[in-house]
Design a protein around this ligand. Sequence first.
Ligand code: AOF
Ligand code: ZN
Length: 337
Amino acid sequence: MLRCIDLAKRGAMYTSPNPQVGSVIVYRGKIIGEGFHSKVGGPHAEVEAIRSVADPDLLKESTLYVNLEPCSHHGRTPPCADLIVENKIPRVVVANEDPNPSVSGKGLEHLRASSVDVMTGVCAQEAEAINRPFFHQQLVGRPYYKAKWARTSDGFMGRQEGSEKSSHISSDLANRWVHQLRAESDAILVGSGTANADDPLLTTRLVDGPDPVRVVLDPNGELRSDLRMFKDGGANIVVSNVDKEEGNTLFVDANENIYDVLDRVLMERDLVKILVEGGAHTLRELERAGRMDEALEIIAPMTWGNGLKAPKVAGKPTRNYEFGPDRANQYLKPVLE
Ligand code: AOF
Ligand code: ZN
């Protein structure tokens, strides 16, 4: 199953809003087939794994491992449960059940009703960890917001306005990780204050991967029109105080509740993995609005003594990372102090 999860991760940049799924076929203790869902609309993992088996006769005595319940519905592609039954695969081992209402439990039922021996819950936690945005979107009905910020050891994430000192915090290694996180996200969200102050590109230029859509929260219509993000041809969405389209930028009126509008605009476009890159105000507001589903805090070994305070997360991290001189903490459903 861990091999399935590794295979599944290869689809990280292109499967959204679909989950990351990998599948392995084992005959008498030996892997004879492997596959993963490589892009939305493309074949599912089980299809690729079954296709990759050189001698299909062996399927009748094999076990198929897959990290998500095989589907039973006609979506963009035909049902995987049917394919498993047609190929007379006698055993299926699954990590997570599929919360998608058109599948949920029905894939497993169909297999069992066709006398397939089914086991579920194997490496369930490890599998859940790679598909949190998918589960979240299916179960809660809104995108998954992952906040990321870098801070100094003494808790600052930016310089005071007008400061001439360098505001660089994270190391090259951590920066590359952030670009990888961006490439695996559908959109990057920032507040208009950050966009105006930093004039950021928010691209994935340090890694090989797609550039996500840039989303700016600008309820008061303060965003400068001369920013670089409007000139490089990439797509932007600005949740603002008007409805209009200009070049590659869609402006959406935030109306009364900016977060409800944000959720809706993103979901309508299948943008479910959202990386929130600040600033401090946006991060705090996001948490207050109950939208901070995960936080990644990068901590660099430097002290500034003063500056703009970074958010402080209560409690213990769920995971730690190291990037050269920097550390990073992951918090699930963080509560800010
Ligand atoms: C699987 N194996 O590899 C994936 C599954 O539109 P479709 O046909 O691609 O179906 C998308 C849904 O199928 C998705 O929401 C999820 O419930 C399931 N994804 N299922 O058996 C796979 N990617
Ligand atoms: Zn399927």
